[in-house]
Design a protein around this ligand. Structure first.
Ligand code: SAM
Ligand code: SF4
Ligand code: SF4
Length: 340
């Protein structure tokens, strides 16, 4: 069947273009802004195996999404490299008509072992999370006392395997704003795009407070004073990062400003959790259970119809509403469950 038979739009005219799949809710790290170790301890009720969607189920869903307009798939978690046979899953996704881009978000810890296999399976790019370049700061953040070397080795392995690398750093006041410049200095002139992410109020346990947000403008000003920057053009419609290039031609950085400069108006993302729930927004309180439909033997046309209906009714614009001070304190899904 041809892809893009019936591209769909939501209530505000936003097309469905991107899908983020969380393949697992577990992680080897306990970053304090995502899975604080006090909450995600040994007795935390992670999803049992049978509740996870199988890769066959996920592949069937991606085929359906592709028919409705999805072109990009991002694989995330928890830590996606903890799910076995991820490379075979990626290879299956590359064969789906209409899917033009497959990417992975990872903490890179297991990349030295897996980078070559992932590249051979058809993966083109990885986003690697690293919130500090100094060991003492990074150890505090990741909750497991892990130093930066394994992550840096993961970055190197990805580059050697021929994967394009972006590094993502969440910036939170009092946690790691001291690392903005050291990180920029470290990655400048390397073949790596460093992207800063404003600390967001995802989930229910990260103690978010607007006072802990380091704004896009503060980040840019900090770097610009030492290493002059100029604004760069958007690469494509709906790009989440604002791009800035170094004036001396030594590469670029990006800032994802979902708090101080939200971008709901061009949000084309749908999220699939590891247990088969669809979320039309990162800040949603509840998801649409697609797993039970799959396991009840739903026919392809019915599956397509349900997803199209879900998207056509979408009216989420949480971050814009937050900026308009309409934020409500409703419960939200956890970042480690939905994967960012
Ligand atoms: N474990 C993988 C990793 O860390 O890259 C993938 C999952 S992680 C949930 C995906 C991304 O979400 C990471 O870049 C992480 O830093 C980011 N993230 C988690 N909690 C966040 C928060 N409260 N605000 C902003 N970004 C957050
Ligand atoms: Fe794990 Fe990624 Fe969350 Fe850190 S940000 S705890 S690495 S899922
Ligand atoms: Fe998209 Fe929701 Fe984020 Fe807005 S708040 S950009 S609608 S995920």
């Amino acid at each position: 069947m041809q892809a893009h038979q019936s591209p769909i739009t939501d209530v505000f005219g936003r097309p469905l273009r991107d899908l983020r799949i969380s393949v697992i809710d577990r992680c080897n790290l306990r970053c304090n802004y995502c899975m604080p170790k006090e909450i995600f301890g040994d007795d935390y009720p992670f999803l049992p195996e049978h509740e996870l969607l199988s890769f066959e189920e996920m592949t069937r869903l991606v085929r359906t999404f592709a028919q409705l307009g999805v072109e990009k798939v991002r694989i995330t978690g928890g830590e996606p490299l903890m799910r076995k046979n991820l490379d075979a899953f990626i290879a299956d996704l590359t064969n789906i008509s209409g899917i033009k881009d497959i990417a992975l978000t990872t903490n890179a810890f297991f990349l030295p072992r897996q980078a070559k296999r992932l590249k051979a399976a058809g993966l083109k790019r990885v986003n690697i999370s690293l919130d500090a370049i100094e060991d003492d700061v990074f150890k505090q953040i990741n909750g497991k006392g892990v130093v930066t070397l394994p992550v840096l080795k993961g970055i190197e392995a990805a580059q050697q395997a021929g994967l394009e690398v972006k590094v993502n750093m969440v910036v939170k006041k009092g946690m790691n704003e001291s690392q903005i410049l050291p990180m920029a200095r470290h990655f400048k002139g390397q073949d790596v795009i460093l992207r800063f992410i404003e600390f967001m109020d995802v989930g229910n346990h990260n103690g978010w407070d607007f006072n802990n947000v380091v704004s896009k403008q503060e980040i840019i000003d900090t770097i610009h004073q030492e290493m002059p920057l100029e604004k760069a053009e958007e690469n494509y419609y709906g790009e989440v990062a604002s791009r800035y290039q170094y004036k001396d031609g030594q590469g670029e950085i990006g800032v994802i400003s979902s708090v101080t400069d939200s971008f709901c108006g061009t949000c084309t993302r749908l999220r699939l959790s590891a247990d088969g729930k669809l979320y039309t927004c990162l800040f949603a309180s509840s998801g649409y259970d697609i797993r039970s439909k799959l396991r009840a033997g739903v026919a392809d046309d019915q599956l397509t119809k349900s997803i199209a209906e879900l998207w056509s009714l979408r009216r989420d614009r949480y971050s814009d509403e937050r900026s308009e001070l309409k934020r409500t304190n409703r419960p939200k899904i956890e970042m480690s469950y939905i994967g960012g």
